[in-house]
Design a protein around this ligand. Structure first.
Ligand code: AFP
Length: 358
């Protein structure tokens, strides 16, 4: 009976009743975020029939040329969440500096950090994109947050989640007690609980990485990918499958549903960037979701959630997904750093290790 379904709004209210430490205002903020995601879902679904003429795009703070939908999605997130009285400030991938809540609106006790449209290079080819968000507490007594007030580790997140705009629009959310998925029911315009208690299989035979960057990777990453590609004939003794959608939200969602490993590791392609993905509004929210679902998220050397941010647009290496595979990669990095990693050879990428080169 569809009217018996639990909507996201009902779920959040009931969750707050259950928790020993309710977060006043969080329900209202999360409802504003879901409204924004519904609006972005409509904008994304309209594609080329939505005349987006007149949308001013520019090269953003990331050095990336914005798509019109990047701008539209950012405007929707800001305009939907700024007025409710729950936020003291916002940070977006699309805005150089933190966004101050206009004086005409009351300020609240939370900070919202988000990537309004992740995977936007997929928009023109009609592939899945998404919105990623992270909710932090504004420091006690602060109503005019500075940039430094946003620089909190991922362990400080109150809530984290994403919306994925694919064949169906879904929201996946964690409030610190598990991960739950909600599917947008277009007939009633509500996200309804369809995936309660999502957990990631600890084992997997599927990995996702942009292999075109192989020559820029560190040896432990090459070792891991080489072994996956060697499959049953190699040290892993099993064949692996590979995926790469170039949309982190889609990769993470697939991993939540069936397990897997996703990584955008450190590479030397641009030595000024320690990774491609941003800590505050991509790595941290996804890392919280991974851990809450029984997975793991690491830079290869550090638990992502424990990193002390140095900048709101800071980039980090990201390795996340099924716990045993993340732990294997962490071990490979440790062995490499200690100079004890085993020699490995593979006909695919030639022989490379600390001990042999070819
Ligand atoms: P865009 O939002 O610029 O498309 O970047 C998406 C992303 O940050 C992440 O979602 C993908 O996993 C990754 O970049 C894809 O990077 P490559 O284009 O280098 O494969």
């Amino acid at each position: 009976m569809p009217y018996r379904r639990t909507t996201l709004s009902k779920f959040i209210i009931e969750d707050q009743r259950r928790t020993a430490t309710p977060e006043p205002g969080l329900t209202s903020l999360l409802n504003d975020i879901q409204t924004a995601c519904k609006l972005i879902a409509v904008a994304a679904s309209r594609g080329a029939v939505a005349v987006v003429g007149g949308v001013q795009t520019q090269v953003n703070v990331q050095g990336e040329q914005q798509k019109p939908l990047d701008v539209i999605a950012n405007d929707i997130m800001v305009g939907t969440c700024e007025w409710g009285g729950q936020l003291a400030g916002m940070v977006s991938e699309e805005m150089d500096q933190p966004y101050d809540i206009p004086a005409l609106y009351p300020r609240g006790r939370y900070l919202l950090v988000f990537d309004p449209l992740d995977g936007s290079s997929n928009i023109d080819v009609n592939m899945p994109v998404g919105t990623i968000f992270s909710v932090l507490r504004c420091p006690e007594g602060v109503s005019e947050p500075t940039l430094e007030d946003f620089l909190q580790p991922g362990t400080a997140q109150v809530a984290a989640g994403y919306a994925i705009y694919g064949p169906t629009a879904m929201m996946v959310l964690t409030l610190g007690a598990g991960v739950h998925g909600f599917t947008l029911d277009p007939e009633i315009g509500a996200f309804t609980l369809t995936h309660p208690g999502m957990t990631i299989p600890t084992e997997t035979r599927e990995f996702a990485v942009n292999v075109s960057n192989e020559r820029f990777w560190e040896p432990p990453v090459r070792r891991y990918v080489d072994e996956c590609i060697e499959g049953a004939a190699g040290p892993r003794g099993a064949d692996f499958n590979m995926r790469w959608i170039a949309s982190m939200v889609a990769e993470v969602h697939r991993i939540l549903v069936r397990g897997g490993l996703f990584m955008y590791p450190r590479d030397t392609k641009d030595i000024t960037k320690p990774g491609r993905l941003r800590l505050m509004y991509e790595a941290n929210p996804m890392a919280m979701i991974m851990e809450q679902a029984g997975g793991a998220a690491s830079t290869g050397r550090r638990r992502i959630l424990e990193i002390a941010p140095e900048g709101i647009h800071q980039r980090v290496p990201v390795i996340l997904g099924s716990r045993t595979e993340v732990e294997r990669l962490v071990r490979y990095h440790a062995e490499y750093d200690a100079g004890t990693d085993a020699p490995f050879t593979t006909p695919l990428f030639n022989a490379r290790s600390l001990f042999r080169t070819a």
